[in-house]
Design a protein around this ligand. Sequence first.
Ligand code: GRF
Length: 213
Amino acid sequence: MYESVVSGEKSFRLAVLGSGKGSNFAAIAEGCAKRTIPAQVAVVVSDVADAGILAQARQRGINAEFIAPGKFRTKLDEEAETRLVELLKGGQIDLVVLAGFMRILKGEFLRAFAGRVINIHPALLPAFPGLEAWKQALDYGVRVTGCTVHFVDQGIDTGPIIAQETVPVVAGDTYEKLHARIQEAEHRLYPKAVAALATGKIAVKGRQVVWLE
Ligand code: GRF
């Protein structure tokens, strides 16, 4: 009834895209090294030349590529997007893992990797999409927030939800404390979701994502 998104037969190749410090990348790379994720990070790509994620990739001996984003602030220009697609196609990438990548990917990129791009968001979607979701949650006054791994579609944080973990908001929370606690949850949740995708355990039908046994 459901069609498996990916199958885990050959070596499963990840591209991790990020603009920041790369703590989620580190958690995933660690999972690959320990084989709790049966996959390899084939390449790390950033739109920020001095991003921590690139330095961390180089330290681990993983191919690290900077792509100059071009003239826009929130997306890659056409040339940069074409370069990115060529880089990932050339690297025979099975799954594109967005980990704090601050550029919206649309059109050509999503067509080239249809159903194979995932993201982690620091809130329980569909609540608090967009930027600095932990601030939005604290300001709103929710008692529980968390993180969400989801497929990427044309919208902002709107794709089918693969996994979520809750994080309580506690007395005395600041933006920083809450964000740090959410990130701890991210480092558990994202590797689990990537492992499930790498082993063909995730099927999707419309908005419904099913974890196969
Ligand atoms: C994470 O909090 C994630 O939820 C958001 O960007 C942040 C990336 O952090 N999408 P890091 O670079 O993985 O440490």
